[in-house]
Structure formats: structure tokens, C-alpha cells
Design a protein around this ligand. Structure first.
Ligand code: PHE
Ligand code: ZN
Ligand code: ZN
Ligand code: ZN
Length: 284
């Protein structure tokens, strides 16, 4: 799998910060910073050769749009989908929550297009509207799919908060075989992970899981407190939250460290290549 450019991920984050700055300080669904974020992501994807669909989510604040991008190669009946919510809360610009997941999968998508490897499976990306008021964009998307389309999605991988300032390395434990792919990557770079519990039911993977789709994902922690054992394992500061700016105005570009952003972006590429790239992949 390729090394994902940290500089490029940070350039996307910088663009999202600028969008918030120019639109009242946030990128919340129903506010002007959200459609500006959609335009940024969609244009990058179109320029790279993706088929991009903007899906109007009528149940979302402002009837804002989901961005869906499919890489037009590989078996269309076997889809690996990666997603991240593109909205912030109204309190701040949402650079970790969830500019981090949004920027990281955007750069992974652009890297896939640039490398253009032979594909075993179809890869689709989703940037969700209005996660913050109840996973509305992703629920709308899943509900809009006929059952035949849902069963084509073999795995949905979610990335929400992957650059927390007092980070941990959490891997969703919903599906053991999916968790194992991420754990395999982190083992090669000498990082110990833990199963994620803080995010259970609290991000867009829940919309897919409810529909019976296997899910996985990564997170570096939100409002939960880092334990002494976790400080031993990962460094940082025990007794403090994983993200000191969770849902606050200070969730800015200066609140997001390079290390977890870099490692998690590379882990995402590793998993995507493992699950979808090649000429054949296992029994699925
Ligand atoms: N980031 C989610 C939100 O938008 C909540 C969450 C917490 C998700 C922890 C994953 C892990 O508020
Ligand atoms: Zn890298
Ligand atoms: Zn949030
Ligand atoms: Zn979030």
C-alpha cells in the first residue's frame, strides 16, 4: 500500500479551516460552511476522475448533501466503502471532528486514483451531512439503497476523529476480521491498539451496522479520559481527555498533531489496498 502524504492531508485540513473562517467559524450542516466543504471535496474528486454524486439529504439540516464518489474499476457487485462525516458542530470548525477523517479519506481516494492499481473490488467513498444531530446523512444514504445495493457493500469503514491531541489508537471491534486488518498494520509499525468503545453507536458506521453491513474503523478518542495504562502505551497525558477541544471552538488546525494523522492515514490505505486492490481477494 502507498504511503499517504501527510502534507496533502494537512492541505485539505487547512482548506476546511479556511472555509470555517470564511463562514462564521463552523462547517455545521444547515450553515454555509457545510456546502462550501462539499464543493471543496467534490471538486478534488472530480478532477481525479471519480464519478461524484451529491445526494440531497432531505432529513438533514438545511437539506444538505452527502458526497458519494465511486472509483469506476473492480467488481461492482463487491463494494468496499469508506466514509467520514463532513459536518462540524456549530461551536467550531471541526478540524479533528471530523475534518481529520474527511481529509484523510479524501487523500486516500486521490492516491488511489493517482496509483490506479488493478482492482479486485469496487471502492466507494462517502462524506456525510449532519452526523452531529443524529447520523442523519448516513442514515438517509443507507435508507435510500434498495436491499440489492446494500448487500453489495461487503464492508463499510468509518473514520471520525483520527487526530486527537492526546491521542490513542482505537480500532472498531464490531467485526473481528476487519479489526484484524488494521491491527496487522499497526503491529508492523510497533503500535498497540485497543478496541474502540467510546464511539459505539455514535458515528456513521451505526447506520450501516443497523442495516446488517459489516463495519470497521479507526478513532483516536473524543471526550473520554486517558488512563495511566494508556499513557504508558501511547504517551500523552493521563487524566486528560483524548481531545481537549472536543465539540469546542478550539478544534482548529493548531489542535491537530501530525503523528496520529500520519499513522491513521497510512493504516487506512493499508486496509483499503488489502481489501480491494489486486486481481482477486478471497471468498467474499
Ligand atoms: N465524533 C463523534 C461525534 O461526532 C462521536 C465519537 C466519539 C465518535 C468517539 C467516535 C469515537 O460526536
Ligand atoms: Zn505516511
Ligand atoms: Zn462530533
Ligand atoms: Zn464526529
Amino acid at each position: 500500500a502507498p504511503d499517504i502524504s501527510l502534507a496533502n492531508v494537512k492541505a485539505h485540513l487547512s482548506a476546511l479551516q479556511t472555509i470555517a473562517n470564511q463562514n462564521g467559524g463552523n462547517r455545521a450542516s444547515g450553515r454555509p460552511g457545510y456546502p462550501a466543504s462539499v464543493s471543496y471535496v467534490a471538486q478534488k474528486l472530480r478532477d481525479a476522475g471519480y464519478n461524484v454524486t451529491l445526494q440531497t439529504c432531505s432529513s438533514c439540516a438545511g437539506s444538505n448533501q452527502n458526497v458519494i464518489a465511486e472509483w469506476p474499476q473492480g467488481d461492482a457487485s463487491q463494494v468496499i466503502m469508506l466514509g467520514a462525516h463532513l459536518d462540524s458542530v456549530s461551536a467550531g470548525p471541526g478540524i479533528n471532528d471530523n475534518g481529520s477523517g474527511s481529509a484523510s479519506i479524501l487523500e486516500v481516494a486521490l492516491t488511489l486514483a493517482r496509483e490506479n492499481p488493478a482492482m479486485a473490488k469496487r471502492v466507494r467513498f462517502g462524506w456525510w451531512a449532519d452526523e452531529e444531530s443524529g447520523l442523519r446523512g448516513s442514515k438517509f444514504y443507507v435508507n435510500s439503497l434498495p436491499q440489492t445495493e446494500r448487500t453489495k457493500i461487503k464492508t463499510y469503514l468509518n473514520f471520525d476523529m483520527i487526530g486527537s491531541d492526546n491521542w490513542g489508537y482505537f480500532v472498531y471491534d464490531d467485526v473481528a476480521s476487519v479489526k484484524a486488518v488494521f491491527d496487522e498494520y499497526f503491529r508492523t509499525i510497533g503500535i498497540q491498539t485497543e478496541g474502540d468503545t467510546e464511539g459505539d453507536g455514535r458515528s456513521d458506521h451505526a447506520s450501516f451496522k443497523s442495516a446488517g453491513i459489516p463495519v470497521g474503523g479507526l478513532a483516536t478518542g473524543a471526550g473520554y479520559t486517558k488512563s495511566a495504562a494508556q499513557q504508558q502505551k501511547w504517551g500523552g497525558t493521563a487524566g486528560r481527555p483524548f481531545d481537549s477541544c472536543y465539540h469546542r471552538a478550539c478544534d482548529t488546525l493548531s489542535n491537530i498533531p501530525d503523528t496520529p494523522l500520519e499513522k491513521n492515514s497510512d493504516a487506512i490505505a493499508y486496509a483499503l489496498w488489502k481489501l480491494a486492490v489486486g486481481t482477486s481477494t478471497g471468498p467474499d
